[in-house]
Write a protein that binds this ligand. Structure first.
Ligand code: F6P
Length: 529
């Protein structure tokens, strides 16, 4: 007798969505707006200062219902609770994932069981606060007795992108005269440029590296130390602090333990801006602003945990990502802030989403049966309109777009409405298109999806909310794909091979194990020297 397998709920929900996609694929959004005057209200959500309009998507109420059924089928609610309560959801590294604890109030309101971590977080925040105060009050002096007034963060990936974005985005909240710069690249021109306008006597380096073994950061920190010593600033401890979990190596480098700010193994690099990794931001906008940044993220955490699923912004946006990625086979997500302050957001989100979800194996170590992370890219509007928007409007692939739209612009501007008008017009044009069959090159097919995320102004709290929204949206995608969003094994092989090739270059000859192309390129370089 044949034994019937019980239906797999994920597969059932997936099949229902596939069938539904075929049914709605030819529906034009122009029609959906026409038949439902309430569409904008129906498919938009508000939270504090934010309005999230997802009505310009190729969805009906049934689509949302089916997407929520898929979320249920993968146990989304339980998965969210597990992450917030410190279950080791990073399976391949057997680690809890508690960036949400980094922005929790001292008494965790949300979830019991993470009291110890939250207490440690607040202890560390007090230490960060002390350093910030000392710097602001001019109490910290370099080797030659001069007050430190220039901070250079050395770090890469998650130890760079978050604080760099936040400092750049919150320039108008700068509360003091301390200058903050960032160096990430192994290309010495990056550090060289920053040092060319730095005074060694007044510069403090923050070496930010969770592992403190990252090649780029190590090389830049060594070069910075050499530069200081070359200028007579020989007391390393007076010019360096570190943010790391590797106290052995920071000590060997010459940074006293009391100048090392802690980061825990339950904080992933790309989720770490809320920890002491955010020190450059705390220095730049002050502790009060930094706490508002954390508080904004916490507001989004609460919303993600508590909002009913059809009102839950990260859940809806994450499931829409799945809708296009897996059912329309869109391959990318364009992020277009109509906000110059968010010019670094597309790069930040590339790491967040692609390093988290660019995976091909499930949590059960089986090949993933569908496409994982979209390629995340973009640039600020209106510049992007004059660059790649041609493809968005008339190219023959589907590219969902996120528009970021501040209601308030630069205080000195009397043309902000023009910027806003351009953003709104692009969403309208992508959605409605304009038919011209007589001149096909002038035809705009429309039916191209976009989300508009609007906020009153880019305050520290709103930036915190926005980044936390994207973190949770990334988490939602990962639950559907059933992958580990918190490891990054894919970066290891390149690192390992680079190590081998560096050694071969230092020995003057390529090793025997390479293919002919790699050997030729190594030789080509060696012969150029
Ligand atoms: O690129 C891999 C990676 O581990 C990222 O995940 C991380 O943000 C970056 O390197 C920097 O790591 P660390 O903080 O240990 O120097």
């Amino acid at each position: 007798m044949e034994c019937k397998q019980p239906p797999n709920p994920r597969e059932t929900a997936w099949e229902a969505l596939s069938a539904h996609q075929i049914a709605v694929a030819d529906l034009h959004m122009r029609y959906l707006f026409k038949v439902d005057p309430q569409r904008a209200n129906r498919f938009s959500l508000r939270l504090d200062d934010f309005l999230v309009d997802y009505s310009k998507h190729r969805v009906t109420q049934e689509t949302i219902t089916l997407l929520m059924a898929l979320a249920d089928a993968v146990g989304m609610e339980q998965r969210i609770n597990e992450m917030f309560s410190g279950v080791a959801v990073n399976k391949t590294e057997n680690r809890a994932v508690l960036h949400t604890a980094l922005r929790s109030p001292r008494k965790p309101l949300l979830i019991p069981g993470i009291g110890k971590q939250v207490a440690e977080v607040h202890e560390e925040l007090s230490r960060v606060g002390r350093l910030v105060r000392q710097l602001h009050e001019g109490q910290l002096k370099g080797s030659t007795g001069k007050v430190l007034n220039h901070v250079v963060n050395i770090g890469i990936g998650g130890s760079d992108l978050g604080p760099r974005l936040a400092v750049d985005a919150l320039r108008s909240f700068h509360t003091n005269s301390i200058r903050v710069d960032f160096v990430a690249n192994l290309d010495a021109q990056d550090l060289g440029l920053v040092l060319s306008h730095a005074n060694p006597e007044t510069t403090l380096f923050i070496v930010t590296s969770k592992s403190f073994t990252t090649l780029e950061t190590h090389a830049n920190a060594m070069a910075a130390r050499e530069w200081l010593h070359g200028h007579g600033c020989t007391e390393t401890g007076k010019h360096f602090v570190a943010v790391s979990s590797n106290l052995d190596v920071t000590g060997k480098f010459g940074i006293p333990e009391e100048q090392v700010y802690r980061i825990w193994d339950w904080v992933g690099g790309r989720y770490s801006v809320w920890s002491a990794v955010g020190l450059p931001l705390a220095i730049y906008i002050g502790m009060e602003g930094f706490m508002q940044f954390l508080d904004g993220a916490h507001r989004m955490d609460r919303h993600f945990l508590e909002a009913p699923r059809e009102r839950n912004i990260p859940l809806i946006l994450g499931m829409l990502d799945v809708w296009y990625n897996n059912f329309f086979r869109a391959e990318t997500l364009a992020v277009v802030p109509y906000d110059e302050r968010l010019r670094l957001l597309p790069g930040y989100l590339s790491q967040l989403m692609m390093e988290s979800n660019g995976k091909g194996v499930t949590l059960d170590e089986k090949p993933l049966d569908c496409q994982s992370s979209p390629i995340v890219w973009g640039s600020v509007g209106t510049n992007a309109q004059h660059a790649f928007f041609q493809l968005l409007h008339q190219g023959n692939r589907l590219v969902p777009v996120d528009f970021l739209l501040p209601l308030r612009g630069a205080p000195e501007s009397n043309s902000h409405h023009k910027l806003v008008a351009n953003c709104i017009a692009q969403g309208e044009a992508l959605m409605s298109g304009q038919e011209n069959h007589a001149e096909p090159y002038r035809n705009f097919p429309g039916n191209r999806p976009s989300t508009t995320i609007s906020y009153t102004d880019l305050t520290p709290a709103n930036l915190g909310m926005l980044l936390a929204l994207y973190e949770h949206r990334t988490f939602v995608q990962a639950q559907v794909w059933q992958i580990d969003a918190f490891d990054q094994w894919g970066v290891e092989l390149g690192k390992q091979l680079a190590g081998e090739i560096i050694r071969e270059m230092e020995n003057g000859a390529p090793g025997k194990q390479h293919d002919s192309s790699t050997t030729m390129l190594i030789r080509h370089f060696l012969e150029s020297r």
